[in-house]
Design a protein around this ligand. Structure first.
Ligand code: NAD
Length: 249
């Protein structure tokens, strides 16, 4: 028996990294999975692999987001878990003295506005059911001064934490739990691209992780499955840290 037997989960950013590992974990734990991402070819391959369903959705587009949850409801009859996870790292130098307003806006749209759109679109389904678990991906950078020089990124993730706490409290008596997932550095394409631009940064970061290594995406997916399952039934409105001790070092 899987810990997500009978549940239906929607995962944004499900074609890569943390999202992909979570798609596989959810399927292994018995959930029906809707994978949402921009990459149609990869998305369909992954859907075939896990016997799930793929929807091409840009999470910054309110119509795409509405269609994604409508697809999940029409296909599987309910929505138990929304893992609002898609996100980007800024393309250029994101220090406050360098970053421009267009780059700032882009990061807020993909990392923060998308979470607002997803929560707003999925809550009516969960309210109707009287149950649900929403997990919004933030980051360790939102809970500590991480000296990443990534001002747009850090601010967007701080917004995710604040919005999640607010929603967790607001819907606690309606059977809906809302938590932030705060990963430390995870070995995914997003991190690899960042470190490829600035190799010394990887070494600098690694020194501060008490466990002395970065997470593998599967280790984050295990935490998401826990937050989506009934095993976490008394956990809501938290900043759920999965960071190898980094934020408390
Ligand atoms: P990744 O780049 O491996 O995967 C991100 C996925 O999101 C990709 O499949 C991409 O196509 C998709 N995506 C991007 N923009 C989208 C859009 N507009 N609409 C739909 N899909 C879109 O990244 P990852 O490392 O797995 O990151 C996942 C989340 O975890 C992000 O929110 C990221 O900020 C966060 N995070 C990552 C780390 C890390 O070290 N990797 C640490 C903390 C938080």
């Amino acid at each position: 028996m899987g810990k997500l037997d009978g549940k239906v989960g929607v995962i944004t950013g499900g074609c890569s990294g943390i999202g992909l590992a979570t798609v596989r974990k959810f399927a292994a734990e018995g959930a029906k999975v809707v994978i949402a991402d921009l990459d149609e070819v990869r998305g369909k391959e992954i859907a075939d692999e896990v016997d799930g369903s793929f929807v091409r959705a840009d999470v910054t587009d309110a119509d795409d987001v509405a269609a994604m949850f409508a697809h999940a409801k029409e296909t599987y009859g309910r929505i138990d878990i929304a893992f609002n996870n898609a996100g980007i790292s800024p393309a250029d130098d994101d220090s406050i003295l360098k970053t421009g307003i267009d780059a700032w806006d882009r990061v807020q749209n993909v990392n923060l506005t998308s979470v607002y759109l997803c929560c707003k679109a999925v809550l009516p389904y969960m309210l109707e059911q009287g149950s649900g678990s929403i997990i919004n991906t933030a980051s360790f950078v939102a809970v500590m001064g991480a000296a990443t020089s990534q001002i747009s990124y850090t601010a967007s993730k701080g917004g995710v934490l604040a919005m999640t706490r607010e929603l967790g409290v607001q819907f606690a008596r309606k059977g809906i739990r809302v938590n932030s997932l705060c990963p430390g550095p995870v070995n995914t394409p997003l991190l690899q691209e960042l470190f490829a631009k600035d190799p010394e940064r990887a070494a600098r970061r690694l020194v501060h992780v008490p466990m002395g290594r970065f997470a593998e995406p599967e280790e984050i997916a295990n935490a998401v499955a826990f937050l989506g399952s009934d095993e976490s039934s008394f956990i809501t409105a938290t900043d759920f840290l999965v960071d190898g001790g980094l934020s408390n070092a």
